[in-house]
Every structure is written in C-alpha cells, then in structure tokens.
Design a protein around this ligand. Structure first.
Ligand code: GCB
Length: 570
C-alpha cells in the first residue's frame, strides 16, 4: 500500500479543514436523503474526534454525518482518482455526488476507493456517515455496563474522521505496491524488492538506492505484474536506534523513453530475529525501554495532531525511551514514518483489544482481526522501526482462543515471516498463544489491582511468575505494561497509592525485577501519558492516571526517575 505522494506522475490534495457536520440521533439521515447532502450542518474540524469539539453531546457515539464540497484539480482528467481515509472510527459509509462509494468497518487503519467514474470537474459533494456505537460484534467490542460508554477496553471510544482524507491521482498504468525485505551479510546490505504493477507492456523499471554519497541502480524489463529485484549495498549504513540511517529507494517506470510513474520510499537496512531468549537487531541483543501509549489529546481526542506527535517523540527522547507499543491500535502513518527517522523500535498492534472470543461473536472477531492484520502489514511492512506484530491485547480466555490465535498467527507469518509475532497477555502460563508466539508480552499490575499498596509482595509475585513463564516456554519476555494511577501533585510518606512517591517506587522496583532476569528483554511502562477513558468507579474524571506525563504532557516525579534509569541503560 503506497501512501499518496506528490511528484511528476502522482498528486494529492489533503481535504483536512472545516467540514459540515450533523448528529443524527434518530437515525433518519438515510430516510431523509442526507446521502445527497444535508442542511443545517455545523462546522467541525477534520481530522479530529467529534466528541470534545462541542459543548454538549460528548458521549454521543453516532450516527453522525460529514459533508464537504471540493473541486477536482483540472490536470487530473485522465488519471486514476482515489479517495483515501487514514482512519474513521468505527463504521463509515462514503458517498460522492449522491452515489455509493463504499462501506468500511474498523477504526485506526486506512481504506480507499477509486472514484474516477464518480468525480466531476467542479462542485463535488462528499458525504460520509459515521457510526461509532459500540457492539458485541465489533472489534474492539462493547463491554459490561460498569463503564459509560460501555467499552470492553480502557480508553475513550472516540468517534469520527481521525486522520487526513486525501484525494489523489495516479497513472492508470503503473506502480501499485513496493515490498522491501532487508538482510545483512557482513558489511553488505541486501534489499529484496518486490514491485507490483498494473497494465504495463514494453515497460522497464529503474530501481535506484541513494544515500550516504552512493547510488546503486538496477534496470529490468517488466515481464509480470509482480517483479522481483535485488540491490546489494556494500559497506552499508545499517539502521538502528542510535543511527537511524535511511536510504531513498526510487522506483521509475519507463515506457517509450518516458517516465510514466515513479515513487520514492525511505528504507532502512536492518534485521530483527529471536535467538534463544534474546531479541537481536542486526545480530545484537536489544533491550526495550519505553511505553505503552495512546493517541489521545484534549479536544482533538484521537485525531491526528502533528505537533503532539513531535512533542511525544521529543519527550520519549528526553526520557531515554527507545521503543513503544502502538497500544491498542495502529497509529498514524506519520507516527510510523517518524519512528523510522528518529530511531524508535515499534511493536505494531492491531485494534484487537478486549476480545471476548464468545461463541456468538468469535467468527466475526476472527474475520475482522484477519482484515486488520492484513491491512496493517500492507501499510507498515516497509518500516524498519517495526520490529514485531502484536495480534491482540488481553484477549479473554475461551475454549477456542488457542485455535483463534493459531489461525491469526499463521496468517501473519504468511504475510510477513521477517518479524516476530506476539500476543499481549494477562493469562500467564495458561495463555495458549504463547506456545507459538516468538516473544511473550505480559501486562502486570500486582501492587495495584491485586496486592494494593504492597509493592514488595507485588514484586515477589512478579518475579515468580516470570520465572515460571520462562521455565515453561524458554522465550524472551517483555513486561509490556506495569504502572500505577497517580494524581499529579499528590504526595505521601510512606508512599501510598495514587501518590507520586508510590508510582515512582512501584516503577523502580518493577524495573529491578525485570533487570534481574536475563530473559527479560524489555520494560514498557503503562502509560506514557494520562488518557481519557470511559466513566467508572476506578477512573476519576474518566481519566486513566497511570501516565508518567500528564495528558497535556507535563512530567510527574516518576518521569525523572525513568530518565535516569533509561539514560544509564541505553
Ligand atoms: C491493562 C490494559 C490497559 C489498561 C490498563 C489499566 O491491562 O491493557 O488497556 O489501561 O490495564 O490501567 O488498567
């Protein structure tokens, strides 16, 4: 899946801005033909969640309608024209000039439609109906009424158009996809490149790799729609967190001496593999320091905000984090691009959080998880920063869960056998998916939900459990979540739950346990920042306060401790 690009052959227009918007609490929009355009809309910012943009209706989850008028750039006349949504939560129905364009299910991942035969040169009307209501059949699913909104997961179910909507034009014949697989032999980097093209006769491809003062090129006649080529880079500059070296891979499709399509992709040469109880990057063991996070910010909700992305990377750098997990759903394309550029290691997770795996919904959950992992791998396969796929966070246990994850794991490996796969778990030794996943990720809250207020007892339990798990599977373990809710500015001696002192001691002692075990390969604190969630008796102000930064990104006491521990480690 190629992200839209601007060059001599490709163009895009970003439709971000103020759109027209209307809630539809009686679900009458379809019956009243809002599909062809609606009246009495109010302005709304796109991209952003709708929930916190208005004074009222925060918890209204849908349906709601968006519309926008736009013109097609004149020079796009004979091109293939697409519309691409970066992420819409949760269901969406897209119409252009009154005609159905498509229906999509699932937030946090892109989808796109060809609209060449529907778009007109002037006065196009794009109408999108979005429905974010929770359901047992959705992934992630609805939960029990302990929460309001009734989520089966611990983050606010923000709704709306969350990432940019791009209108783009590409040649009718040309390049459709690039897959790059790096490997290393001594000081040589090898890039196996697969190109997918459509409709090309008598065409050639020029493949070149530029960077660090050198340029390597390779030309070949296009024989099939899938074309495989290899580039060898002597004395290659490898990609790693300290020196995130990126090359430019440039693909040009040439027909009758004219370049009819081209694309430029940043690539990093690195390998990632599990050996024994270690995770090796370019053949050397790595230790992950960092966070489970959320895409969450006041007012914009789960919407894409470039400045927040920059700030978060800057804070992760300041604190000495080298990695994060995209808990509990894929993050924006821009976040991933910057991970490559700034040298962060990413555990890339599909939105399979709180899966119930109940008999009546398990089939649908399997279909959706299959769809999500397929699109995620298509989207993120070329990022050197992505070191692992995560198939779920804390699925419920069921008779069928082993089979469920086995199928999903096999599908993932078919799509990409170059990266380890994990399932993030709360079941401990009983987790069936740990039998085949290469890395074991566990979330633990002894000293918080269990053994409240008793960090020493918590750490003993943690230590024993990790040993048992390792004994059983002999695989590397990441402590993928641990943390304590902390009200900024709340202090106590002796340290009590919710105080800054308690969070600091909790994190310190958990990290001591991790570092005493040679098979533990990473410590990810939950969470980088406080974040919005549903209302419930454990969440004051519908906020999860386990952040080491506040929701507006100010450090708590624990952030300074982590900075010391992580700067020493990395
Ligand atoms: C977990 C979940 C995470 C929650 C966290 C908590 O295990 O994976 O989504 O936010 O616990 O704070 O309870």
């Amino acid at each position: 899946m190629l992200y839209p690009q601007r060059n001599k052959n490709r163009h895009f227009v970003d439709l971000s801005g103020f759109w027209d918007f209307r809630f539809d609490p009686d679900d009458k929009g379809v019956g009243e033909n809002w599909t062809k355009g609606f009246n009495n809309g109010c302005p709304i910012a796109v991209p952003a969640s709708w929930n916190d943009q208005f004074a009222d209706d925060r918890d209204f989850l849908g349906p709601a309608w968006y519309q926008l008028k736009f013109m097609m750039p004149r020079e796009w006349d004979k091109k293939k024209i697409m519309i691409r949504f970066g992420s819409v939560n949760y269901l969406s129905d897209v119409r252009l000039n009154g005609e159905v364009v498509g229906h999509h299910e699932g937030g946090h991942l892109p989808f796109e439609y060809e609209i060449s035969d529907k778009i007109v040169s002037e006065d196009n009307l794009l109408v999108v109906r979005v429905d974010g209501r929770l359901s047992d059949n959705h992934v992630p699913p609805r939960g029990r009424p302990m929460n309001n909104p009734q989520t089966n997961f611990d983050f606010y179910p923000f709704c709306g158009i969350h990432r940019p909507v791009l209108l783009y034009a590409i040649p009718n014949e040309g390049l459709r996809d690039i897959t790059v697989r790096p490997s290393i032999k001594d000081t040589t980097g090898i890039l196996d490149v697969t190109l997918e093209t459509v409709g090309l006769n008598d065409a050639y491809v020029n493949l070149s790799l530029k960077g660090f003062g050198s340029e390597i090129t390779n030309t070949s006649k296009i024989e099939l729609n899938i074309q495989k080529m290899t580039l060898e880079v002597k004395q290659a500059k490898f990609w790693n967190p300290e020196t995130p070296n990126l090359y430019d891979l440039i693909v040009e499709i040439v027909k009758a001496d004219t370049i009819i399509d081209s694309y430029s992709l940043k690539v990093g040469i690195r390998t990632i593999e599990v050996k024994g109880d270690k995770l090796l990057l370019n053949g050397k063991p790595i230790y992950l320091t960092g966070f489970g996070r959320h895409e969450d910010f006041p007012i914009t909700g789960r919407g894409y905000v470039p400045a927040v992305i920059i700030k978060d990377y800057s804070l992760m750098n300041w604190i000495g984090a080298n990695s994060f997990r995209t808990s509990h759903y894929p993050y924006s394309e821009q976040m991933m691009e910057l991970a490559d550029r700034l040298g962060f290691l990413v555990i890339d997770e599909i939105p399979a959080v709180g899966l119930t795996l109940r008999k009546d919904v398990i089939e649908r959950q399997q279909e959706l998880c299959d769809q999500f992992i397929e699109v995620l791998i298509k989207r993120d396969k070329n990022h050197p920063s992505v070191i692992m796929w995560s198939l779920a966070n804390e699925p419920h246990n069921s008779l069928k869960s082993g089979e469920f994850f086995r199928k999903l794991y096999d599908k993932t490996k078919d799509l990409d056998n170059t990266r380890p796969v994990t399932v993030v778990n709360m079941m401990g030794v009983k987790e069936k998916a740990f039998e085949f996943c290469e890395v074991l990720c566990i979330n633990r809250y002894y000293g918080w939900y269990l053994q409240p207020g008793n960090i020493d007892e918590a750490c003993e339990l943690l230590s024993k459990e990790m040993d048992n798990l390792y004994e059983k599977h002999r695989k590397p373990i990441i402590l993928s979540e641990f943390g304590a809710d902390t009200i900024p500015g709340w202090h106590s001696q002796p340290p009590e739950m919710f105080s800054e002192e308690y969070q600091t001691e909790f994190i310190k002692k958990y990290i001591d346990v991790c570092r005493s075990k040679p098979y533990v390969i990473g410590e990810h604190v939950w969470n980088m920042c406080d974040f919005k969630t549903s209302q419930g008796i454990t969440r004051m102000g519908s906020t999860n306060y386990k952040g080491v930064f506040t929701r507006d990104r100010r450090p708590k006491m624990a952030a300074h401790l982590l900075r010391k521990l992580w700067k020493e480690k990395n």
